[in-house]
Ligand binder design. Structure first.
Ligand SMILES: [Zn+2]
Length: 273
């Protein structure tokens, strides 16, 4: 067999065995870079980000981020445990911080490391709006969307650096992490997710916010406000990574009742707006 053919077979084998199951959709996704490797990198980058930015503490807004964050984290734990994924979040180290920055942005790094920028707070508007944004961002993390993006980059490297299949010890892994999470250019600025990842995060996010006791219909209202805010001038960071559309808003309206139905299984009967 030709050397190149052997290499491509090895690459296929690596891909076949390096998959993980998305606990929300049941779909197999690519996980060439394991979370055991991604999370420590995320934790380090998060700490660095906090050290280089002004973290808001002791205000009603920063308290709100903490409160909603804890509720979304608890909702995530409850959902995953109930669906046979107890321990899925055991390596998570949840943290919720508000950072003084006019950018309209928010994100969640792998491992539950969340940042809200003060610039997004007027659009979030209230606690339920914060929950809608946070549910969505946490959903990206729980569904390993960043990991999939890293795996795609890693896969390209198997082609580029054929033969180097010691992926877990690949010196380029840090670099791939950095590019997958937009680190190096502007720390913590996520690259855009694919449309299917966005749709998935919307749906999971609604379930999480509903289990946390918030009305998922607020998700649709939030995106309306995002859309209105985007009119004129440069689009805010959040919209450059999370394109808004009428389809998205219509989907959220359609999915809100099923998110509530899911939450009722957890004994949640009232949903605050
Ligand atoms: Zn998103």
């Amino acid at each position: 067999m030709k050397y190149s053919k052997i290499l491509s077979l090895i690459a296929i084998a690596v891909v076949a065995f390096a998959c993980t199951t998305n606990p929300f959709t049941g779909k197999k996704t690519l996980a060439l870079v394991p979370n055991s490797q991604i999370l420590p990198m995320a934790f380090q980058q998060y700490d660095q980000f906090l050290s280089e930015n002004k973290v808001v503490k002791g205000t009603s807004q920063s308290q709100m981020i903490q409160n909603v964050g804890q509720k979304i984290a608890t909702a995530s734990e409850r959902y995953l445990t109930a669906n046979g994924y107890a321990g899925y979040l055991q390596d998570y180290r949840w943290e919720y911080n508000l950072v003084e920055d006019p950018a309209v942005n928010a994100w969640c790094m792998p491992g539950g490391k969340i940042v809200f920028y003060t610039g997004i707070m007027p659009i979030a508007q209230d606690e339920a709006g914060v929950a809608a944004i946070m549910g969505h961002e946490v959903a990206h993390a729980l569904a390993n969307h960043g990991q999939q993006r890293m795996s795609a980059a890693q896969l390209q490297q198997i082609g580029a650096v054929a033969g180097n299949v010691a992926l877990s010890k690949n010196p380029e892994t840090q670099q791939i992490f950095n590019s997958a999470y937009g680190i190096g250019t502007q720390v913590g600025v996520m690259l855009p997710f694919s449309r299917s990842n966005e749709t998935e995060a919307d749906r999971i996010g609604l379930t999480l916010m509903a289990i946390a006791g918030y009305d998922p219909i607020v998700g649709a209202e939030l995106w309306q406000r995002m859309k209105a805010n985007a009119g004129g001038g440069a689009p805010p960071e959040f919209l450059s990574t999370h394109p808004s559309s009428d389809t998205r808003i219509a989907n959220i309206r359609q999915w809100a009742p099923e998110a509530k139905a899911e939450a009722r299984k957890f004994g949640v009967t009232t949903f605050r707006k």
